[in-house]
Unconditional design. Structure first.
Length: 367
């Protein structure tokens, strides 16, 4: 009907959908829009059709599953130079190594390495991982699959959940608490059972090795203090299907120093004194945050940002200033003043006490 990479209009989209017996094509318009009333079809480099036909008993239309480029990809995450295993890394590794289906929910403040930990664990074990970034807009089509226009024909394209099940790899639902009740479409999947794709009347079973992990800034109960705007209260039945919940704090000072030095090595900007000061600075701020003294916190991710800025600009204070500029003026000024004191070695006794007890140990809860 249309050639690879062809530009078609809204009317043509509706006509193609109607002929295939699929009335809705909102997903296509959202994904393939290139201009006003213009939608671009996939080119030859895009998904290729793999005929696995099923009969449509009502319209007598043959639908096909689509084999995407994902089938040819190696989905093992890349190794992140400078990564330091810590906290629950060993426990999650045991779960993956067991081969058992055992869903895990990992929660913790932003920027403390939840997603990176899971990715690097899979990189070490050379196990494939499919990561989905969950939003309020994520629906059943995004997860399980839906109809797509491929080479001018409407085909059923399996979603990332089905891909993970059929490959026997781990499915990561990242920022899970940003999702809506549409995540309930995953109930049978989280029970370790297969899932029925009602759109094509097909049952999908999970291959051995398949597992589900989720990360979130909250425990699925919403953000009471408003810190994580956009997070939602997740359905209790959905949360109950995760076997365990792991609370991840920020790393202890000794671990975080290794992380910062690893980043410095990666970015070719090693300065041990600067690393020590940054870790102490972050500790004091976190202690104050936990005690309710400030509303913002310096995450491990932000320390990495500062190190990278230092590698680019070569100026310590400029790097810190640029990386805390997103905070309000009072917070920014207090954070910069604190670092100046630490750098000058004039931290007062109260602040020293804070730095000694700021971050929980691996045996202590984060909150």
């Amino acid at each position: 009907m249309f050639g690879n990479g062809a530009i078609i209009t809204n009317v043509q989209v509706k006509d193609a959908s109607a002929k295939a017996g699929v009335p809705k094509a909102g997903w296509f318009k959202k994904t393939c829009k290139v201009g006003y009333n213009q939608f671009k079809l996939p080119s030859e480099e895009a998904p290729v059709v793999a005929p696995i036909s099923t009969e449509d008993t009502s319209e007598n239309v043959v639908m096909n599953l689509v084999a995407t480029n994902m089938e040819k990809q190696d989905l093992v995450p890349s190794i992140f130079e400078g990564f330091v295993p810590w906290g629950n890394y060993g426990n999650i590794k045991k779960i993956i190594k067991s081969g058992m289906f055992y869903p895990v929910f990992v929660t913790g403040l932003s920027g403390n390495g939840k997603t990176l930990m899971i990715e690097q664990l899979h990189a070490e074990m050379k196990k494939e991982l499919i990561r989905i970034n969950i939003t309020i807009e994520t629906d059943e089509d995004d997860l399980l699959g839906g109809f797509r226009l491929v080479n001018g024909e409407t085909k059923f394209v399996p979603g990332p959940v089905i891909e993970a099940m059929e490959r026997g790899c781990t499915l990561l639902l990242d920022e899970c608490d940003l999702g809506s009740n549409k995540l309930l479409a995953l109930q049978p999947v989280l029970e370790g059972k297969g899932v029925f794709l009602k759109k094509i009347n097909k049952w999908i079973s999970a291959k051995e090795g398949f597992n589900v992990m989720a990360t979130a800034n909250t425990k699925g109960k919403g953000s009471e203090d408003g810190r994580f705007i956009g997070t939602n209260i997740l359905n209790e039945a959905f949360l109950e299907r995760f076997a365990i919940t792991i609370e991840q704090p920020y790393p202890a000072a000794a671990i975080e120093k290794k992380i910062v030095l690893g980043s410095m090595k990666k970015y070719k900007a090693i300065d041990k004194e600067f690393a020590d000061n940054l870790v102490t600075w972050a500790e004091v701020i976190r202690k104050t945050f936990y005690d309710g003294g400030v509303d913002e916190v310096i995450s491990t991710r932000r320390l990495d940002h500062i190190v990278k800025a230092f590698a680019i600009f070569g100026d310590k204070m400029q790097s810190i200033e640029l990386c805390v500029a997103r905070f309000d003026e009072d917070t920014k000024a207090s954070f910069l003043d604190l670092y100046t004191k630490i750098d000058a070695g004039i931290l007062n006794k109260e602040e020293e006490a804070y730095s000694e007890n700021a971050v929980p140990t691996d045996d202590e809860p984060a909150f």
